[in-house]
Design a protein around this ligand. Structure first.
Ligand SMILES: [Zn+2]
Length: 304
């Protein structure tokens, strides 16, 4: 069993799900075989073709010589990459059939696929939940290629839909503590394909149990490598402010890099051992920090 991180990253990395086959192959890496059956040729010739080097002006440009003759030409002024003759198929932009790819994945998650319909930019209705605790909730799929459209799409969805729903995301890369808070307030359950989709030895999709970051104390199961909570981020921010520290000073006290601290404040997760250091620096236990508790010396009333 393995996950398909490159496949889900490629969905978010390829604008409009449109690219020549070689770009799809490169972006999907070892997961390409799962995308291949769903790549359909358009009638448009691509503009760029990957190259193994990073000379200025490369990747290669696709040239159409008519009569179904194509080539990818190095863009470097010294033409340092080889010219690659291409077939028509290799030169054509291919679009990923999102509905086709998602159908078996959704079934593995106990979601009954429906004919996919666009709800708003980057958001599609894809099915109905058959999971016991969310039965008949509509399921939305959100695809964004950067953080700002992701945030806009989440916002719009929460404004448009007043009932409960499930939200499927390819990866966690654009999730923020802020948008997480909005979703949590509305009790929207997020399913992350990067974390939860597995393929078995037969190439069949399987669904992994939710990675619960706010695991109830004493619950059995493997200890997650990364932990965090919305409350913990708020507590750390409050502590830093109340103590008049800079993020640099606090990261030194906590024994973590500034980058790790910044990433935690943005995404809400950190390695358990690192977050333990943060908790100790604040004078609380890890469990207290995850609940958003502050040491008695920091007055809650100082909070704005
Ligand atoms: Zn090149």
């Amino acid at each position: 069993m393995r996950k398909l991180p490159k496949l889900w990253r490629a969905l978010e990395g390829i604008p409009g799900l449109l690219a020549v086959l070689e770009v799809w192959r490169q972006e999907c890496g070892e997961d390409f075989e799962y995308a291949r059956p769903y790549l359909q040729p358009t009638d448009k010739i691509g503009g760029r073709y990957p190259c193994p080097n990073s000379f200025s002006g490369c990747p290669r440009r696709i040239i159409d010589y008519d009569e179904d003759e194509f080539a990818a030409i190095c863009q470097d002024e010294h033409q340092r990459c080889e010219r690659v003759p291409l077939t028509r198929r290799e030169a054509l932009i291919h679009r990923l059939d999102l509905a086709g790819l998602l159908r078996p994945v959704l079934r593995a998650a106990s979601i009954r696929p429906q004919s996919i319909a666009q709800h708003s930019p980057g958001v599609w209705v894809v099915g109905l939940s058959e999971q016991t605790h969310t039965r008949n909730f509509p399921v939305y799929f959100l695809l964004a290629h950067s953080a700002i459209p992701h945030r806009a799409a989440v916002n719009r969805l929460l404004l448009d839909i007043s009932d409960s729903f499930l939200l499927v995301l390819p990866t966690n890369q654009f999730r923020t503590v802020e948008s997480e808070g909005w979703l949590r307030d509305r009790r929207v359950e997020c399913l992350c394909l990067e974390d939860q989709v597995l393929v078995d030895e037969q190439g069949e999709f399987r669904w992994a149990r939710t990675v619960e970051t706010r695991r109830a104390a004493g619950e059995p199961g493997p200890v997650p490598r990364s932990v965090g909570s919305y409350e913990a981020v708020a507590a750390v921010k409050h502590y830093i402010q109340a103590r008049g520290l800079s993020q640099t000073e606090f990261s030194i006290q906590a024994g973590v890099s500034e980058r790790t601290l910044r990433s935690f404040l943005a995404k809400g997760k950190m390695r358990r051992s690192s977050l333990d250091g943060v908790a100790r620096a604040m004078g609380v236990t890890l469990e207290q920090l995850l609940r958003g508790e502050l040491p008695p010396s920091v007055k809650r009333s100082a909070r704005r």
